[in-house]
Design a protein around this ligand. Structure first.
Ligand code: GLC
Length: 652
């Protein structure tokens, strides 16, 4: 859009640009900058317009984008252009991801490089390598307390190893996802060290206070994220004689985004890793980016503006790179991280579907899908050109973050219901074989979350201990049922390393003083590759899970209705044990798919006379795309075995 004020500023900036930049051939950069500048200017102005040095900061911002554009390898620039032309590329059903810790999966980056065959065997073509940047020994929060944003942690490799890996991934058409921890730094980061030494410039990078007056005001409305291990949101620093805002652990210092220098530094880092070959950047803890007294300091309007600005700037320098929003917040808030009132994602193209994840765990425990259906129906449609990251487990705990109103709507009392779920998964419920551990228990509010590996939460651990083959069957069915849903829902399914071979809880973390009080480590395993080999041994647990997932992934990739174009309809069914939705195909003449999941221990029946179901199953030749078989029917009713799923289609 042409707008006088922003364009005259742009002209001034272009005149003042450093001569080194001016000399370069930057055709694509300038066209994109022109196209996005009004938006960039407007956002930057809302955030920092009051400052006397606003224009100087705007010049720095443009120079940062230009320098990273110049540094961007030619191959990636070419890829940007291809992705601009094929802008829906990431909505395709062809993508299937896996998240992993490098050291847990393969010791180090070189080891990971040697294991690429494993991803290809399973069908994974998007890898999220959990944080790999330099962290202090011990106080690292699993890599989320970064002390050097531009260096791979020397325990897992060097920047060159990552570069080599990214080149290889590109050749194999596997996407690379990397983390940028945008909300905070380690207290060992150079900026924090300088702040401690009294450097005013770097003190302004953080939220520091001389006394408790302001911190106490913040505390009135801020929840605690790690109430057991890091209560409160501020930490006293003896050296500076100041309170530091530390929302997560006391060694993670929150960055102050009301300072434009912080924004520009972090943008530079995002672009730096984009230039190292990241296709997707996972932006950690984005809900926390703006702090305001009197609020929870989550989901503030300015946090969204910062993300929009990051996106607009990234589109100028590296438009082929996507963002994932890691915002594990209330259902109605998560969806806003795509950006509102738009078709294209204005903030992050991808967001963790934490609501779906938590609701799936609800359905497993209750053996019914009422809340799952209700919770998903309450969500507004997401933007057209944005997609979910659908997952069952990840490196974090399971928070029961669904909406109280939805719990009430299905006839339960929220507090009691959550208590039941916590008890169910942490082994305090007689009828449960789950072996989870509580996480983040808040004595003041009674809240708690759940840790545990997928296999242990679905009963495989207990079943193996009891040597009970029926229980083993049941746990495997759950593992497959849950995956069948994340693979068909619409979005990018993100498997979690180890789940594909039924990895159980790992209690080793209890022997490490830095991990012992954080139960999330129970589900951050070291892969036992001897056990993984058992995937080739027919009938083993590993083989049953791995090969079923492998087949599911292969089938998913063939089903065009599984691409994500908001082409899903949830079907209300009378039977509460069933979760049913259709995925229709946008191409006329192509078949849709009816997805049916039975969460109950008994066979369930689905009446096929529902008009939406009939529109998919209209010819009477129903086939399950996963097994290739025709499902059992009884008097116009589909019979769904216990803990079973169907991906049904109909052919003339
Ligand atoms: C994100 C990470 C989590 C970490 C937190 C603080 O939520 O997923 O593991 O503890 O950020 O960085």
């Amino acid at each position: 859009m042409y707008e006088q004020v922003s364009h005259s500023l742009l002209n001034e900036i272009l005149i003042k640009l450093n001569p080194e930049i001016k000399q370069q051939e930057l055709r694509y950069f300038y066209t994109r900058l022109g196209a996005n500048f009004y938006a960039i200017y407007s956002l930057f102005h809302v955030l920092y317009g009051e400052r006397n040095d606003f224009e100087e900061q705007a010049l720095k911002l443009v120079e940062t984008m230009a320098r990273q554009y110049i540094a961007r390898p030619e191959k990636l620039k070419q890829q940007d252009i291809e992705r601009e032309k094929d802008h829906n590329w990431f909505l395709s059903q062809k993508w299937v991801g896996m998240a992993l810790y490098t050291d847990g999966f393969a010791s180090n980056l070189k080891g990971l490089h040697k294991k690429l065959y494993y991803f290809q065997e399973l069908g994974i073509n998007m890898i999220h390598i959990m944080p790999i940047l330099q962290c202090p020994e011990g106080k690292s929060d699993g890599g989320y307390a970064v002390s050097d944003f531009r260096r791979v942690d020397n325990r897992i490799g060097r920047n060159e190893d990552l570069h080599a890996l990214s080149e290889e991934l590109q050749k194999r058409d596997i996407l690379l996802t990397l983390d940028v921890v945008v909300n905070h730094t380690s207290n060992e980061h150079e900026w924090a060290k300088k702040a401690r030494q009294g450097d005013k410039k770097y003190q302004d990078y953080y939220y520091l206070f001389d006394n408790r007056e302001i911190p106490d005001m913040f505390e009135e409305t801020m929840p605690e994220i790690f109430p057991e291990t890091a209560p409160g949101n501020f930490t006293w620093n003896e050296e500076m004689q100041k309170w530091v805002m530390t929302v997560f652990n006391n060694f993670q210092w929150d960055l102050n985004y009301s300072n434009p220098a912080v924004f520009i530094e972090m943008l530079d880092i995002i672009l730096f890793w984009s230039n190292q070959g990241a296709d997707i950047i996972r932006l950690d803890a984005v809900a926390f980016l703006w702090k305001k007294i009197g609020s929870t300091c989550q989901n503030e309007r300015e946090a969204h503006l910062i993300l929009q600005l990051m996106k607009d700037c990234c589109q100028v320098t590296a438009p082929g790179v996507l963002f994932i929003a890691e915002a594990i917040v209330a259902p109605i808030e998560i969806i806003k991280y795509f950006g509102e009132d738009a078709i294209n994602a204005k903030e992050c193209e991808i967001a963790y579907n934490a609501t779906f994840m938590a609701l799936l765990w609800d359905a497993v425990a209750t053996k019914n899908a009422k809340l799952l259906y209700q919770g998903l129906r309450s969500l507004p449609d997401k933007l057209e050109r944005a997609t979910w990251l659908n997952y069952v487990r990840c490196h974090d705990d399971i928070g029961l973050g669904f909406d109280d109103a939805d719990i009430r709507a299905v006839g339960s009392e929220p507090h009691q219901h959550r208590k039941f779920l916590i008890d169910y998964y942490t082994g305090n419920y007689a009828d449960s074989s789950a072996r989870g551990l509580p996480f983040g228990h808040n004595h003041k509010t009674g809240d708690a979350r759940i840790s545990g590996s997928l296999a242990s939460l679905t009963g495989l651990q207990a079943a193996l201990q009891n040597n009970d083959s029926q229980q083993i069957d049941q746990a495997i069915k759950h593992i497959l049922l849950l995956h069948s849903l994340i693979l068909s829902f619409g979005g990018i399914p993100l498997l979690y390393y180890g789940d594909e071979i039924g990895t159980l809880n790992d209690c080793d973390f209890l022997n490490d003083e830095h991990k012992a009080n954080d139960t999330r480590w129970t589900h951050r395993p070291k892969i036992n590759w001897d056990k993984a080999e058992l995937r080739h041994q027919s009938g083993s647990v590993e083989s049953r899970i791995f090969n079923a997932l492998k087949k599911m992934i292969a089938v998913r990739k063939e089903i065009s209705a599984f691409a994500d174009f908001n082409n899903r309809e949830f079907i209300h069914v009378e039977n509460p044990h069933l979760f049913v939705f259709t995925r229709f195909n946008l191409h006329l003449g192509s078949n849709g798919v009816l997805v049916v999941a039975n969460f109950d221990a008994h066979p369930q029946y689905l009446d096929l006379n529902d008009p939406s179901i009939k529109s998919i199953l209209c010819y009477g030749h129903t086939t399950d795309l996963y097994s290739g078989d025709s499902p059992a029917m009884f008097k116009d009713q589909l019979v769904i075995p216990p803990y079973h799923f169907y991906w049904l289609t109909d052919q003339k």
